[in-house]
Design a protein around this ligand. Structure first.
Ligand code: TXA
Ligand code: MG
Length: 325
């Protein structure tokens, strides 16, 4: 079992493994990442292999706060600088024009690269030890639910990483927010742990892509919806609060927002017991995993309030879903 405690000895061993071009699963404040040397094509190719990820899906480079950014990016806009000052270290990823130091495999041949400076102490220590950027996508098989615990990484990737460093459950539980700073105005590419409202206090960031929900409404066939973050059990979003249901269909698992019906169904979880979107985000992927493992034939999910992290939660759930009920 490659799961190890986050001791300084184990981090040193993990750093050595990365120096040798191997992969290591590491906790971050958002989700666990599968890390490898970000400036070595061969190391990066291991990530794609292990995740079974298509090479047209580019990776994020993670950096230490002291790393000289000009090695990997150029023409950093004044607004991008403001965003870095406000949100780094933390769950914000910025897309910037790349230098030739960044292997094409990292960026899938694009001339921009995604960069993030994470705040998790274990990831920071590893970045300090290796002193180069780490490429790290979420440590799941392509298209599956992102892992927020070391055990969930093991469930996804088995013995493939040289180490899975156990840093406990991720505090935020949902991936970083991605902003494309190569276009004017800067565009929100993925809603995430930094909310649109927080971004807009610093910079006039625009939402380009429709939300996944809007996208799904214009899809002619639900099968065309880019399936991602997906459990193996078909998942459906409910248009109305589930607590009003008088009867629950059999072999169905339920993800309630907060309110549990007086006569609850057999299998259910509660996303936000105290009603905050931060709490819901931190529990989302783990509860999806548990309901997926429950043996139910389908999962029904309560409507998600759109405030705070609700937008990011709804984005992930919509991508995971097979439709609305
Ligand atoms: O919170 C996170 O961001 C986690 C932790 C591990 O840091 N990482 C993560 O990585 O979510 P990943 O690979 O699962 O998602 C990165 C997303 C992908 O959807 C990819 O398409 C997009 O970032 N991306 C990366 N580089 C890009 C670029 N140059 N242009 C546009 N999109 C890019
Ligand atoms: Mg991912």
């Amino acid at each position: 079992m490659p799961i190890v405690a986050a001791t300084s000895e184990n981090l040193a061993l993990a750093g050595d493994a990365i120096q040798q071009g191997l992969t290591v699963a590491v906790p971050t404040e958002t989700v666990y990442g599968l890390a490898a040397s970000g400036l070595q094509t061969e190391a990066v190719s291991r990530i794609f292999e292990i995740k079974n990820r298509p090479v047209f899906d580019p990776l994020i480079l993670h950096i230490d706060p002291d790393f000289d950014l000009t090695e990997i990016v150029h023409d950093i806009s004044p607004l991008a600088k403001k965003l870095m000052t406000r949100f780094w270290p933390g769950p914000l990823t910025l897309i910037l024009p790349k230098t030739t130091r960044v292997p094409d495999l990292v960026t899938s041949g694009l001339n921009s690269v995604a960069v993030r400076c994470p705040s998790h102490p274990v990831m920071r220590e590893l970045l300090r030890l290796v002193a180069f950027p780490l490429a790290a996508p979420s440590a799941n098989r392509f298209g599956r639910i992102s892992p927020t615990t070391a055990l969930a990484v093991h469930e996804e990737l088995g013995e493939a990483p040289a180490f899975i460093i156990d840093g406990g459950p991720c505090s935020l539980g949902i991936e970083s927010t991605i902003v494309d700073c190569t276009v004017d105005p800067h565009l929100l590419m993925r809603p995430g742990a930094v909310t649109l409202q927080e971004l807009r206090e610093v910079a006039p960031v625009r939402m380009i892509r429709k939300t996944a929900e809007e996208e799904s409404q214009v899809q002619k066939s639900p099968g065309l919806l880019s399936s991602h973050y997906a459990p193996r059990t078909p998942l459906y979003l409910s248009a109305r609060p589930l607590a009003v249901l008088k009867e629950f269909p059999e072999q169905t698992a339920f993800l309630f927002w907060r309110q549990v019906p007086r006569f609850p169904p057999l299998t259910f979880r509660v996303l936000a017991p105290s009603g905050t979107s931060q709490e819901a985000a931190s529990r989302l992927f783990q509860l999806m995993r548990e309901l997926d493992a429950s043996g139910a034939k389908r999962i029904w999910v309560d409507p998600i309030p759109k405030e705070g992290l609700g937008l990011a939660i709804l984005d992930r759930l919509t991508r995971a879903s097979s439709g609305m009920i």
